[in-house]
Design a protein around this ligand. Structure first.
Ligand code: NAG
Ligand code: NAG
Ligand code: NAG
Ligand code: NAG
Ligand code: NAG
Ligand code: NAG
Ligand code: NAG
Ligand code: NAG
Ligand code: NAG
Length: 415
């Protein structure tokens, strides 16, 4: 028995001398509790050292008195305790010999939230731990925007995600990933900073979290100068809370369509609409002047090596009525529309020129007719004014020559 005590003594003194190397470790993750529940603030010595005969002090700087729990000479010392913690604190006395100096806090209040210090006075060891007290009985939820986030290539964009209720995740690991990529990490936030070594290189220096906002549970990520290839589903995870949520990002590129006349004959016109450099793939529709959809041929789509789509579509329109046709290229995911109009006239140019010629001919004919009429009129006039009187004289003369000469003498009355 004496030998046993001796070895125990040696062991204990070795342990104490090892105490200098032993580390006091408190949870780096904030402890999250709901108001009214009991919670344990875990702190322990590693490697373990018997602390049952030590003075263990739990404090909260900023409180007056700052003492939450003081354990000395094998029992709690209540005198110096902050009154708001009366009857609510305890150590696990059986665990002290294993170096486990965790504090149990009962019936947690909202005002209990904050930073706690655990101090082992003779060993000059100290560590801190944060307690966050939630407002509702519900588990905090990680909420990311259900609406897809859309942006144009080159823009900066925020992928909004936050915890509800807003509990602090300042000291937590926040993981932003894209499961379709390898490596999948877009932003790996640990120990208060971005861990570059895990990051997918295509996002290098293009992401940030709002570190100041982590205290309010805001884990939104910003991506600078988004590219088409950033389009995808992003996963935000808080491993310590076992929370995960996802959010969709669409990065778009748009361009204005161009309408060309492919063929232009007397009855109809074939129009082609082309728009180059879209992302994601857009749809093409044709509309008439009243906004009615026209039935067009199938849209031809080609995708280039840069991921951008070139689209084209043809439509045949009748020339009967003059009309204003629209080619509309739209992408619903990025809520973008571009359109171009073309006006097709009913007055066909060929008919115009032929009617013009017909008009000319008619005018010429009319002029000729008028000239002819005038000529006929003049001829008639000449006949009436000159030729007829001349003819009269001639007739008179011939008549005279047939008549006796004496008849020509003035008739004297036969008296
Ligand atoms: C703490 O507990 C003691 C004994 O159980 C009791 O007398 C005292 O009123 C309690 N104090 C408070 C503030 O509840
Ligand atoms: C200190 O308070 C605890 C309850 O929190 C009680 O059990 C204990 O007896 C008190 N100790 C002294 C010395 O009053
Ligand atoms: C310390 O004791 C508490 C209560 O028994 C326990 O929940 C906790 O896991 C222990 N910590 C270590 C490091 O053993
Ligand atoms: C506790 O939270 C504060 C900010 O509220 C932070 O500065 C500190 O590093 C945190 N400490 C621990 C141990 O979590
Ligand atoms: C989170 O932080 C970002 C950047 O400051 C801000 O735009 C966003 O509105 C915040 N979200 C919430 C829920 O506070
Ligand atoms: C799409 O159009 C652009 C611009 O004219 C051109 O450079 C590119 O090669 C086209 N892509 C494909 C796949 O044809
Ligand atoms: C065609 O219609 C669009 C609106 O639908 C209008 O902006 C455009 O000016 C019209 N063009 C012509 C030539 O009428
Ligand atoms: C799409 O854009 C239009 C204007 O550009 C805007 O009025 C509308 O609210 C947007 N819709 C969505 C779902 O973002
Ligand atoms: C068809 O061609 C004529 C000329 O040949 C031109 O004046 C007219 O504008 C064209 N129509 C369209 C829709 O381009």
């Amino acid at each position: 028995m004496n030998h046993f005590m001796f070895f125990l003594f040696i062991f204990l003194s070795l342990s104490v001398s090892h105490g200098e190397q032993s580390e006091l470790i408190c949870s780096h993750q904030p402890i999250i509790a709901l108001a009214g529940n009991d919670v344990i603030l875990p702190c322990y010595l590693e490697p373990p050292i018997d602390s049952s005969s030590e003075t263990v002090t739990w404090t909260r700087p900023g409180l007056d008195p700052k003492y939450i729990h003081v354990y000395r000479d094998g029992q709690p010392v209540n005198r110096s305790q902050n009154p708001s913690y009366t009857n609510r604190t305890a150590l696990f006395e059986d665990e002290l010999m294993n170096g486990n100096i965790s504090l149990k806090l009962s019936r947690v209040k909202i005002s209990d939230g904050g930073k706690y210090f655990c101090i082992l006075e003779p060993m000059m060891k100290e560590a801190s731990i944060n307690l966050t007290v939630g407002f509702t009985a519900a588990q905090p939820e990680l909420i990311c925007s259900h609406q897809p986030i859309t942006a144009m290539a080159g823009d900066d964009v925020i992928l909004p995600c936050h915890l509800e209720p807003p509990i602090s995740v300042s000291d937590e690991t926040v993981e932003w990933t894209r499961p379709d990529l390898d490596p999948k990490y877009i932003h790996f936030h640990q120990d208060g900073r971005l861990m570059f070594k895990y990051q997918n290189p295509s996002y290098y220096r293009r992401t940030r979290l709002f570190v100041d906002e982590l205290m309010t549970g805001n884990v939104s990520m910003k991506i600078f100068k988004v590219k088409v290839s950033d389009t995808g589903r992003y996963q935000c995870a808080l491993p310590s809370l076992q929370k995960e949520a996802s959010i969709q990002l669409f990065v778009g590129v748009v361009s204005t369509p161009i309408i060309e006349v492919v063929s232009n004959n007397s009855g109809s016109v074939v129009l082609q609409c082309e728009s180059k450099g879209w992302y994601p793939e857009p749809e093409v529709v044709w509309l008439d002047g009243e906004g009615n959809l026209l039935s067009a041929g199938p849209t031809e789509t080609v995708r280039g090596p840069d991921d951008l789509y070139n689209v084209s579509s043809r439509v045949t329109v009748e020339k009967r009525h003059s009309n204003n046709f629209t080619c509309r290229v739209q992408q619903k995911d990025i809520n973008q529309t571009r359109e171009t109009h073309i006006h097709v006239t009913a007055d066909l140019p060929i008919h115009q020129s032929s009617s013009y010629m017909i008009g000319n001919i008619i005018i010429i004919i009319i002029i000729i007719i008028i000239i002819i009429i005038i000529i006929i009129f003049i001829i008639l006039l000449v006949i009436v004014i000159i030729i007829i009187p001349l003819k009269r004289k001639k007739i008179n003369k011939t008549l005279e020559s047939f008549m006796p000469k004496h008849q020509n003498t003035p008739l004297t009355p036969m008296i």
